[in-house]
Every structure is written in structure tokens, then in C-alpha cells.
Design a binder for this molecule. Structure first.
Ligand SMILES: *Cc1c(COP(=O)(O)O)cnc(C)c1O
Length: 360
């Protein structure tokens, strides 16, 4: 069977467009590239300010820094670890061009409030939805709220094709230019639609179109989205039930659930109490064959952040969370008995330590 060139890209894009409910979906080589495209599309330039959390992956920052923007880091909320929208007004100036909410662990930021503030102050909203495929709130998908949004299909995400991403365009005025920027600044997509007789250089752009191979893998994997996210959410629920008692005893805090739920089960984490030694905890788990990890070094504390002098405000919650968060194993094929085992080992750690304290 001979398929039209770009067939698999088209299939995956049609799926994403409908699934998210956007005007347009463009597959990209990564979420990083989708964020870079967003910065170009918003005409971010030197002098512009961009507000983003410091508790995020580096790509959220690099995309705007590459256009010469000044980064303004905003603190996160202790319940969702998403940006604290109440701190937006004090950070917005007449230079603010974009607000970039990151849906941490696949849980939705307070998009209603963020959009309201952005509208009143004439800023673009770009959702970093890298972790949030399949997260819905009141029937609306992550990625459908901002002017633009970026998803990741990197192998570490819920749905993946090795390396890949997508730019979702909700702002119709940006669709045509998005296609041009993705394709090296040419109007090739108009040529493919037979709207022009040959294609040529019309804008800046780069090579952001993924290969058909990656797209073919992605469109297959997208069919499993409900299965994957439900399995991960069930694992999260089991962790929550098993660990409730230890939380009551004050050893750590579990993700706080609103009625909006856990999102898409991308990450399961606990926040250790200040009195606990995270390295000791992680080493203890490792000694029992369990790999636990943590992230992020807040961007403003990273070597690059310090070089840029981005320490624009006190990011109390960010720093506290970065010191005390632990991510527990979470993947589709994790078995019920394995989660029980992990939770038993965690119980052993805290009960041994508590009794030591009592003896002392
Ligand atoms: C994974 C991730 C990215 C980068 O995604 P890539 O597809 O690897 O470029 C960006 N932002 C966040 C929050 C992420 O988790």
C-alpha cells in the first residue's frame, strides 16, 4: 500500500486536534520545539518579559530565552505544585508578553483565573502541557485554554513515540504562520494544499516537522490513551490508600486532591516532612530494589539561572518543595503487589525511624 506523504503525521494531528479541541494541531520533533515555535509566534523579542514557574523543566525557559526575553519566575502552590495565579498581578508589568503555566504531573493549572488575568493585561498564554495529555477538567482538555499549547511525546511521558511533541493552536490568527515556522519558514503547507503553485521562503522558521516513522508510532500509541492514563491513575489511587495512615502520622504529605482529581497519573510524588532526610529515604528504598527520584533543581538556583541573575522574587514554596519531593515508581505495567511492597518498605523506613527517635 502506498500512502500519501505525511499520512501518519496527518492522522496523529487529526486525532490530537479533536481530542484536545483546538483549531489546529501540528506535530513537532519535541515539546521543546513546540515551545520554541510558540515564542516565535508570539514575536517574543529582547525587552519582553515572560512569566513562568521556576519549578519546571529547562525547555519552558530556553524557548523564550532564545528569543532574548527576560524570565520572571513565579512561585508555585503547595497543593498542586502549579504556578500560583494569585502572584501573577505583582509580576505583570507593561513589558510582560507571555504567561507560561506548566501543568505539573499532568494536573491542570487554574486556567480560568490565569486567562482572566492575561486577557485584562493583554498577554499571551502558552500552556506547557508536556505532561498533561489526557487531563480534562469540566470536559475541557489541557492544551485547550491558552493561545497556544505544547505537548511532549518523549519516551518519559504517558504517550510517546521516542521523541516527539505537538503544538496546539487555539488562536486561529496564528494557524497559518505556525505552519510556516514549522516548515523552515516556507509556505510548503500551502503548496501541499495546492493554494500556491510553488513554495518559497516567507518567514523565519526551522526544521520542526517530525519523521513519518515517529508519527506512525505516535498515532498507534494515541489509541491507548484511555487505557494508559486509567492504569496510571489506578496506581496513584492505590498509593494514596496505602500511604494515608503514614500521612496522618505526619511523615509526609500526599498530593492533595480537589474534586478535579489526579489529572492523568503522570507522576506520583510525596512531600517529606522537614524533619526527614530525603537522601536516607531514597537510599533505603534503593537498598530494597526500589528506584525513587526527585526533581527539579529550581531554574533560578541552577548554574544558568544564577548566571542570568533571574532571582526576581522570593520563591519560598518552590525551594521547599524542591528539597522535599520524592517521586515513586509509576508506569503502566506496575503490579498491585509491587505497589503494596513499595508501601511496606516505606512504612518500615518511617516506623524504624520514629521508634529510634522515641528511644532517644
Ligand atoms: C518533558 C518536558 C518538556 C520537554 O519535552 P520534550 O518533548 O522532551 O522536548 C518540557 N516541559 C516539561 C514540563 C516537561 O515535562
Amino acid at each position: 500500500m502506498k500512502l500519501a506523504s505525511g499520512y501518519h503525521i496527518h492522522v496523529a494531528e487529526e486525532f490530537l486536534k479533536r481530542y484536545v479541541g483546538a483549531s489546529c494541531a501540528l506535530l513537532t520533533t519535541s515539546c521543546t520545539d513546540a515551545l520554541e515555535m510558540s515564542a516565535i509566534l508570539c514575536d517574543v523579542k529582547p525587552g519582553d518579559e515572560v512569566i513562568l514557574p521556576s519549578f519546571t523543566f529547562v525547555s519552558t525557559a530556553n524557548a523564550f530565552l532564545l528569543r532574548g526575553a527576560t524570565l520572571k519566575f513565579i512561585d508555585i502552590k503547595p497543593d498542586t505544585l502549579n504556578l500560583d495565579e494569585e502572584k501573577l498581578p505583582e509580576l505583570i508589568t507593561d513589558k510582560t508578553k507571555c504567561i507560561v503555566p506548566v501543568h505539573y504531573a499532568g494536573r491542570l493549572c487554574n486556567m480560568g483565573e490565569i486567562n482572566k488575568i492575561a486577557k485584562a493585561t493583554d498577554c499571551f498564554v502558552i500552556e506547557d502541557a508536556a505532561q498533561a495529555i489526557g487531563t480534562f477538567c469540566d470536559g475541557k482538555s489541557a492544551g485547550s485554554f491558552g493561545n497556544l499549547s505544547a505537548f511532549s511525546f518523549h519516551e518519559t511521558k504517558n504517550i510517546n513515540c521516542g521523541e516527539g511533541g505537538a503544538l496546539l493552536v487555539n488562536d486561529r490568527r496564528m494557524v497559518e504562520r505556525a505552519e510556516i515556522i514549522r516548515d523552515k519558514g516556507t509556505n510548503r503547507s500551502q503548496f501541499n494544499k495546492k493554494l500556491v503553485s510553488k513554495y518559497t521562503w516567507v518567514d523565519i522558521g526551522s526544521s520542526f516537522v517530525p519523521s513519518e516513522l515517529n508519527a506512525a508510532m505516535l498515532s498507534e500509541h494515541l489509541k491507548d490513551i484511555d487505557y494508559v492514563n486509567n492504569a496510571r491513575l489506578n496506581h496513584c489511587r492505590q498509593y494514596m490508600n496505602n500511604l494515608k495512615e503514614l500521612e496522618t502520622e505526619g511523615h509526609f504529605r500526599l498530593p492533595q486532591l480537589s474534586q478535579k482529581g489526579l489529572g492523568n497519573g503522570h507522576i506520583f510524588y510525596i512531600i517529606l516532612d522537614k524533619s526527614k532526610n530525603r537522601n536516607e529515604f531514597i537510599e533505603f528504598l534503593k537498598g530494597h530494589g526500589i528506584q525513587a527520584s526527585f526533581h527539579y533543581v529550581p531554574l533560578h538556583n541552577s548554574p544558568m539561572g544564577e548566571k542570568l541573575g533571574t532571582n526576581n522574587s522570593i520563591l519560598e514554596v518552590t525551594e521547599e518543595i524542591a528539597k522535599s519531593i520524592v517521586r515513586l515508581p509509576l508506569y503502566v505495567d506496575l503490579k498491585k503487589f509491587e505497589i503494596d511492597y513499595i508501601c511496606d518498605v516505606i512504612t518500615q523506613f518511617f516506623h524504624a525511624h520514629t521508634s529510634n527517635v522515641r528511644i532517644a
